[in-house]
Design a binder for this molecule. Sequence first.
Ligand SMILES: [Zn+2]
Length: 104
Amino acid sequence: MTDFAEIESQLKARLVDLLDRAEVLEDDLRHPLEADSSEQAIDLADDQALEGVDNVLREEIQQVRYALARIVNGTYGICAKCGEPIAKERLEARPIATRCIKCA
Ligand SMILES: [Zn+2]
């Protein structure tokens, strides 16, 4: 049984950081669309740019939460594809990895 305490604290710190950034972006997205079509087009362009960043953030937040859940339920560090343990060096480099280097 490998101890993932260090990775777990890294993931938790990462999650706090990601949520901070996501909150800022969500505030920016909250402004309503204007009825005027030209203004709406500008708003949509702005939102699309933000949405792209936001989706990446959102996805990483989910991956970090998933990794933390796997630490709790004891499946962390096991390849989701072949069931072999994922190398510690790989987990340290990429704590949210769900597959070993061969299956990635
Ligand atoms: Zn594998």
